[in-house]
Design a protein around this ligand. Sequence first.
Ligand SMILES: [Ca+2]
Ligand SMILES: [Ca+2]
Length: 299
Amino acid sequence: MYPSVRSCVCCGALLSAFWASSVAAFDNSVIVESKTVVAGTDSVWVGIFISNNLPVRELYLPLELRSLTPGAFVRSRTIFADNPTGRLYNSPLSDDSSSCWSLPWLNPDIWIYAAPESANECSGPVSQSYGFRPSINNAIYVSPDAYSLWGNGTYCGSLAPGEDPPVSDSASCYFVFDVTDVPGQFEIDTCCANGHLQFRSYSPPYSVTPGFVKGVITILCTCPCHADPVCDGWTDVLDVMSVIDVAFRGQPEQAHAGCRSAREDVDCNGLVDVADVVKMIEAAIRGAEPGAVFCDPCS
Ligand SMILES: [Ca+2]
Ligand SMILES: [Ca+2]
């Protein structure tokens, strides 16, 4: 149930430094954690840290996933997972607004917006609704997508002033998703989807727009077998034969997770053809330096 990141002793220290440089300017704030992960990772937990200096009776938190490099990076997701040690857990905002039962999980309304940057983004159509569910699993591949959480304590009270401690396992809640095999980068920003980021209170100023720090998720490029189709760490005649098999004999190219180029596509042009065979012969048989002959699939 718990993410592996929670056992990462360095994450808290890194987040503390990030926190000190980011949150000091905000009395009311929402900070989305940034994270670097390996391609294909399941259950990436990204903390959402909330600080408030006014009692919050209503929290509206629209988040948007937006690609920063080409590609689709999220395979599926469980969004806004609760945190049993977080401030929202069992808070008034987590209760059923009609009965005020004390439920042991975050219990918000969740909406999904397929086109959050359309002309009517603040009142645009809701593509899916997941009311009163602690989490959902929903595979969406396009960019951007927006997800909004609405926590309402109108009938139950307010979230008391305070701040989430600046360590990885103390976020109020988490945005959880699986990433694709595509290396790249996307951001988790706030947006205007049927409303904007907002804390509401019973007392003045009644409504504030908190400061916001977006998160950036980097999916690492890893190509251990690129230009080494017989993946043994050596460039030799066996690799030449493999490239010839793909270029001329109808063998399928070998893609590998986390890498944009096939193993045999040594010039990174998206094709495996005679040019790749020539380059492989130069490196494997004629003594050319592989670094000078082959492309860098991660650049
Ligand atoms: Ca080899
Ligand atoms: Ca090629």
